[in-house]
Ligand binder design. Sequence first.
Ligand code: GLN
Length: 550
Amino acid sequence: MKKNNCKYIFVVGGVISGVGKGITSSSIGLILKNRGLSVTAIKVDPYINIDAGTMNPTEHGEVFVLSDGDECDQDMGNYERFLDINLTRINYMTTGRVYQKVIERERNLEYKGKCVQVVPHIPFEIVNRIKKAGVNAKADVVMIEIGGTVGEYENILFLEAARMMKIENPKDIIFVMVSYLPTPSKIGEMKTKPTQHAVRTLNASGIQPDILIARGETSLDEKRKEKISFFCNMQPDRVISAPDVESIYDIPLNFEKENLSEKLCEILGATCRKPEPKVWDKWKNFAKHAHNGKEVVKIAMIGKYFETGDFVLSDSYLSVIEAIKYSAYMQNKKAVISWLNSTDFEKDKNKLKDLKNYDGIVVPGGFGSRGVEGIISCIKFARENKIPYFGLCYGMQLLVIEYARNVLGLKDANTREVNPDCKNIIIDVMESQKELLKNNLYGGSMRLGAYPAILKKGTIALNSYKTDKISERHRHRYEVNPFYITDLEKKGLVFSGTSPDGHLMEIAELPKSKHPFFLGTQFHPEFLARPLSPHPLFSAFIKACITKKK
Ligand code: GLN
């Protein structure tokens, strides 16, 4: 692209939430990146929380952690995975964050005696942050996804900021609305009216969409395209059909079937090259694998953040699911993941034998005492029955506790998080965390973000990574208690990854001669798994699952 100003694409939602604004933003970013533009992305969450770190995953979905330690919305993970980039704190914005900054500025006399008001000072701060994200990333295009749906009180100030940017630089701003067209079963016809209302509501904020992504169970036919075009003041070719798909990785390909990147470049007046066939082919190939995996690997995920009312929510572990899938696709397999509630294993010990039906078991991150005993009995079962086991963060800490209890014979072994009064605290609170916890300073205060680790020779860890220096993202307050390390090692547990100073245990595993795959990481490898470069530890785990199946 000719070097001109940065372009900004706002993505807003109409009718209902949860119809894929995040995936739409990621996919638009990808098709533009594929045309030679450098793209970054911002997620706006209109809630008051400073970040997603203090929210229960069943409330908000997964807490995604960036390299710089920001605890943010799961959509940030989608952006990193689709665009294959690393984002930073400036790419994530909440109402709380914006107000906090404005108030801080006011206290610092930065407004030079002016009366500081919700309008214009809050939208001004939002605009500042959007522009800064573009500058920091040296981006040609910034995707900005505004959470929630239009008409909600909460996101009004963000829309106002977008409107202000449009007035300032009309040629550099595009509005994309992702709307939903229901097909009520009793009527059997796709209805455009809710979308018409949504566009009118957006119009009331002074904004006209340039592109409308028409989400629905099925494709949009010409008749409805024309109807939307007529009532929403848009050319029919700017209304893009976006039916439900089997795999989210088809969405960029579907957008290109409608020449979306060309249309966007045309509106922005950006000159971009034709899609790069090599890059595009790689994505196509990957997306194809998502359908083709012939054989299935059956993975049991044991956790507790699944249930919301009568529904099961897998969003809490989104990155883990994607990481498993990428490694399975790469090995021509399809991963089928079952959600097992850890508390069920506490109620009924007989359930444990059902684990034999799976090729592998994953215990993802978690907090608190609920379900912990159930998880520990599953880990014991996996160890004794040689079922591949992969523990992530809490899943690693509980692996070490299981080993201490059942191999070292320390029957009361536990983590301070669950039982601070037990004699053998195998997992203890980190020194740096003590003062924070005493003062109730919970927000953004865990050991967060990327830290380096060193790997030991002859281990599964080193064989998988193929390098002895790694960097992975963390989110925890507790660690393996150094007091027990020698005893655990004597009994065969290998700490194959440690912090460079050797104080912090980052990976625990059993040698391959004793178990096909029994490994846990103090960090969260799932945050670095990308579609075109699956994570080496997930790939090693899936490989072990496939071997077990045979
Ligand atoms: N609750 C554990 C800790 O704080 C593990 C955290 C996690 O799994 N992310 O250390």
